[in-house]
Design a protein around this ligand. Structure first.
Ligand code: CP
Ligand code: NVA
Length: 304
């Protein structure tokens, strides 16, 4: 079993990790030896705060060990990805990989002889979605039937929320005037539409009005954020997307929870005021990345 997209997970698998992660959070001492003598290899091509710390700290708290590998200081850049992943498999029990391209995550998962976790690529962010489901379960006491509206740029995080919705019966509405080209997955959208858990809307007020949760993410993914070649596109997006900023005016009087995977760009996709608003649950959400990463690792090791 791997965690590349979450598409091949059953509803029971997802529920087990959500419930298991809540149990781990509530009784961490019971899991203090759960990965004793086991190692997690963490291979990152992109920057990270939450995913990296969730993996490293999570493994330590489970009684195991994590080794962090920055792609640039390994021999991955010089060699065939498949060869190096086979080598890494011999040293570790699980691999957590944050790669630029989804195709490389797939290639790595095929070559790995241990379970591989996708730590966020250009198409999907499955560990984020698991943490988000856990947070929604904690805050609302249910996931099935919860109405979540995603606002902003349709991206990797949005795709994984759509997959999570299909698995759990959470209804995801996407209000996104822009889509990251690398994230497009028409087959997913068709399947999710047919399942009745996904739709798009251009009516932002109406969508928010009928939501339990409003979710946003960056308008520019991390690998492009400071890239000079993306400067004009970034400026264009800021202009196009400014009416979609989650702010006090847009959310006035709305009884919703506000989520963001973080890092947030205050003043762009979300105002600082809304980050600090009592309706914001984004710091619980980010804490839950730790507990849910532990849940996912144990699930893949058959130890949950
Ligand atoms: N939300 C998330 O994945 O954060 P990082 O990029 O900091 O890991
Ligand atoms: N969608 C953003 C945030 C992921 C945590 C990105 O890929 O940079």
């Amino acid at each position: 079993m791997d965690l590349v997209t979450l598409k091949n997970w059953s509803t029971e698998d997802v529920t087990e990790v959500v419930e298991g992660s809540i149990a781990i959070k509530n009784n961490p001492e019971q899991y203090a030896e759960a990965t004793s003598q086991r190692s997690l290899a963490m291979l990152f091509q992109k920057t990270s705060t939450r995913t990296r710390c969730a993996g490293e700290v999570g493994m330590t708290q489970l009684g195991g060990h994590a080794v962090f590998l920055d792609w640039r200081t390994t021999n991955f850049a010089l060699a065939d990805l498949r060869d190096e992943i086979r080598v890494l498999s011999a040293y570790s029990d699980v691999i957590l990989a944050r790669f630029l391209k989804h195709a490389d995550v797939v290639k790595a998962a095929e070559s790995a002889t241990v379970p591989l976790i996708n730590g966020c690529c250009d198409r999907y962010h499955p560990t984020q979605a698991l943490g988000d489901l856990m947070t929604i379960q904690e805050k609302l006491g249910r996931i099935e039937g919860v109405k979540l509206t995603y606002v902003g740029v349709h991206n990797n995080v949005c795709n994984s929320l759509i997959i999570a919705g299909m698995k759990t019966g959470m209804e995801v509405t996407v209000v996104a005037p822009e889509t990251n080209p690398a994230a497009v997955d028409e087959e997913l959208y068709e399947t999710a539409r047919k399942a009745g858990t996904y739709k798009t809307s251009d009516q932002i007020h109406e969508a928010i009005e009928s939501s339990d949760v409003v979710y946003t993410d960056t308008w520019v993914d991390m690998e492009f954020f400071t890239d000079p070649a993306f400067k004009d596109e970034k400026e264009r997006r800021i202009k196009t997307l400014s009416p979609y900023q989650l702010n006090a005016e847009l959310l006035a009087g709305q009884d919703v929870l506000v989520m963001h995977c973080l890092p947030a760009h205050r003043g762009y996709e979300i105002s600082g005021e809304i980050v600090e608003d009592p309706r914001s649950i984004m710091f619980d959400q980010s804490e839950n990345r730790l507990h849910s990463m532990k849940g996912a690792i144990l699930k893949l090791l058959g130890a949950l």
